[in-house]
Design a protein around this ligand. Structure first.
Ligand SMILES: [Ca+2]
Length: 200
């Protein structure tokens, strides 16, 4: 680009610009010039994240079900950013769930799936009164596999990262479903954040 004379200059690069060398040459009215050092443009492949809005920072975008469970909550910090999904937390008999459908590519060797989970509860003891299940369903809502079940018994300070592999569903459209049930008293909150499915 020649003739640029504003304080700033911007332009859009193309994929074929990967590895291109950029420099700035400034010329004054009398023809004297200075040339900057070069900068190289290096493009990095974008990760193929299958979960849309897995950190909930865009609110309910991408998620279905009890989307009122997505947001910011006092005394319930997010794992990342400011928003999360909090299932349960009512202390009355209720069920809630959030889910989204993902398309798992056929040509992958593993599909690491993970999320951050924090459980706090007013329940005590070793009886599971309030529960969270994490399941893979087909698009008709039939459970293909229950990946894990958690309860008030698993309450702990802070978030823990839970990891699974969805490779068994490669080439399929499946729903990732988080479902919670609470009994009639003593709240349990299942705080979910940073949901990720990143094929390799
Ligand atoms: Ca978040």
């Amino acid at each position: 680009m020649t003739g640029a004379n504003a304080a700033t200059y911007s332009f859009t690069t193309q994929i074929q610009d990967n590895g291109a060398q950029f420099y700035c040459k400034v010329t004054d009215a009398k023809g004297a010039s200075l040339t900057s050092n070069s900068a190289y443009l290096s493009l990095v492949a974008v990760e193929n994240q299958l979960i849309n809005n897995g950190s909930f920072e865009m609110g309910a975008n991408g998620w279905s079900g009890t989307t009122s469970a997505i947001g910011t909550f006092s005394n319930q910090p997010a794992y990342d950013g400011s928003k999360l999904a909090r299932l349960g937390g009512k202390g009355t008999a209720n069920t809630s769930s959030i889910y989204q459908t993902i398309t798992i590519p056929a040509n992958v060797t593993s599909v690491p799936f993970s999320f951050a989970l924090h459980i706090d509860s007013a329940e005590t003891g070793s009886t599971a009164y309030d529960k969270l299940t994490v399941a893979v369903q087909n698009t008709a809502g039939t459970v293909l596999k229950t990946l894990a079940t958690y309860s008030n018994v698993n309450k702990a300070a802070g978030y823990q990262i839970k990891s699974f592999d969805l490779a068994a569903y490669k080439g399929q459209n499946v729903r990732i479903v988080f479902s919670a049930t609470e009994d009639s008293s003593m709240q349990t909150s299942f705080a979910i954040d940073k949901v990720s499915a990143l094929p390799k």
